[in-house]
Design a protein around this ligand. Structure first.
Ligand SMILES: [Zn+2]
Length: 461
């Protein structure tokens, strides 16, 4: 381990583009050499030079960050990845992720998985409706979790097929959204430097929570469940009805032996993963938004703007998942327009149900009064923009996300009224053309044949 770190130190000193504090790194190496029980045979049958070079290329990306904030985080990241070096396949980035379900067309799409403007709709097309399967597997492999927990590949395959097929038969709350939230969430954790502070158990828990956070979504809101006295509202006593339902549905799948990807873990590890995933999924209830903003502001004030990721880990993970969940309002316009087209379709189906049940139709859900502009203006102005602005104040690395959020906000505040799906479709086409992207059915908000359910296709699984 020490040999590896020394090689890394030498190579880093040659790279001007990586924030690197030589004095701190030397201190860390000395401390590890003196106190650690990590033995050098962790790397005994490997070539340190080759591995260090591969490591640098695979995991250390030059970033335009302030050196002041990046210093310790970068070092912590190096140390952690160094410690789990044996479990990580350094060529993970693209080559090995398809071992479970080979599809060469995915390789190209996954090259941009570390980018905020990652296009999940393209991945949905390339994976033929299995974006969650691909992204979930990608992160398990990237962080060496398959090997670390000895997860059975066949069980994982069965689990992911089950989850993806039954995620939610909705225009918005489906496995594309889950894949999008998982990718954005992992991007955010990496952006603010949180990943080095997570244990293997925590990493598995956060990946699972993001992936499952809307599992078996009925396509209607918490308010609808409560006001219609739905079975779900009765089961969960009107409290975070959907979020409780997502967790319960996910664990019912895990209860089945053939889908239980956690069966090789100890009872203690399973307990920890359950606690973290329940906490994270529960936090996605939008009614807690104000409370979370107050907590973040308080932590920011107490820490004078330097939030300690280790001591505030639980809160920061929840904040990042919440941000990822509504990040479609702070993404490039071609992605944002695609998402709102899908969301509006889902809203109108709820509006139709409300009419059928003789209920008042919820705001923006009446298809006879379609107004994308008013709907987006309200949601962005009062819900998502203030949240992104506070997050970017607390985590300076998130400044580019705030810029996207401003762009979307300005678009709608200056927009003439958009009131038809045809207009939105043209907006999607125009924005995709600006970035030289091919228009797909997934971008246009239509569920393609591979996203429909076996039931809809008239076949039995
Ligand atoms: Zn969601």
């Amino acid at each position: 381990m020490v040999v590896f770190l020394r090689k890394l130190q030498a190579l880093l000193s040659l790279r001007d583009d990586i924030p690197f504090d030589k004095n701190k790194f030397s201190l860390i190496i000395k401390t590890i050499a003196k106190n650690s029980d990590i033995v050098e045979d962790e790397i005994k049958d490997t070539n340190p030079d080759l591995e260090v070079s591969a490591f640098l290329n695979a995991f250390v990306k030059p970033r335009a960050k302030s050196r002041e904030r990046a210093g310790w985080r970068t070092i912590a990241n190096l140390i952690r990845v160094g410690v789990v070096f044996k479990q990580q396949t350094l060529q993970t980035t693209v080559k090995n992720i398809n071992a479970i379900d080979s599809n060469p067309g995915l390789e190209e799409k996954l090259k941009s998985i570390d980018r905020y403007d990652f296009d999940v709709f393209e991945l949905n097309e390339a994976s033929r409706g299995k974006p969650l399967y691909v992204i979930f597997t990608y992160y398990l492999r990237r962080f060496g979790l398959l090997e670390h927990f000895n997860i059975d590949r066949e069980v994982l395959h069965a689990f992911l097929r089950e989850i993806e097929t039954h995620y939610g038969y909705n225009a918005f709350h489906n496995s594309i959204h889950a894949a999008d939230v998982l990718q954005t969430f992992m991007y955010l954790l990496d952006l603010i430097g949180m990943i080095p502070f997570l244990t293997h158990e925590e990493l598995l828990a956060v990946i699972l929570a993001a992936a499952m956070h809307d599992f078996q979504h009925p396509g209607t809101t918490n308010q609808f469940q409560i006001l219609s006295s739905s079975d779900l509202a009765i089961t969960y006593s009107d409290k975070s009805v959907l979020e409780s339902h997502h967790v319960a549905s996910f664990y019912r799948v895990l209860q089945q032996e053939k889908y239980n990807i956690l069966k090789t873990l100890s009872a203690k590890q399973r307990r920890q993963i359950r606690e973290i995933s329940i906490g994270l999924i529960s936090a996605t209830d939008l009614s807690f938004q104000g409370s979370f903003m107050n907590q973040l502001q308080a932590v920011y004030d107490v820490s004078h703007g330097h939030i300690d990721l280790m001591s505030e880990k639980s809160l920061v993970l929840k904040l990042c998942l919440k941000l990822a969940d509504t990040a479609n309002t702070s993404k490039p316009l071609y992605l944002h327009f695609s998402w709102i087209s899908r969301l509006q379709r889902e809203f109108f189906i709820q509006g139709d149900k409300e009419k059928e049940l003789g209920m008042d139709v919820s705001p923006f859900m009446d298809r006879t009064k379609c107004n994308f502009t008013k709907c987006q203006n309200s949601f962005i102005e009062y819900v998502t923009y203030p949240y992104v602005a506070l997050f970017a104040k607390c985590f300076k690395e998130a400044a580019p996300i705030l810029e996207y959020s401003k762009q979307v906000k300005e678009y709608w505040s200056n927009s003439v009224v958009v009131s038809t799906f045809e207009e939105v479709e043209q907006m999607i086409r125009n924005e995709l053309a600006k970035v030289n992207k091919v228009v797909t059915q997934s971008h246009l908000g239509a569920n393609t044949s591979f996203n429909t359910t076996p039931r809809e296709q008239g076949t039995e699984e």
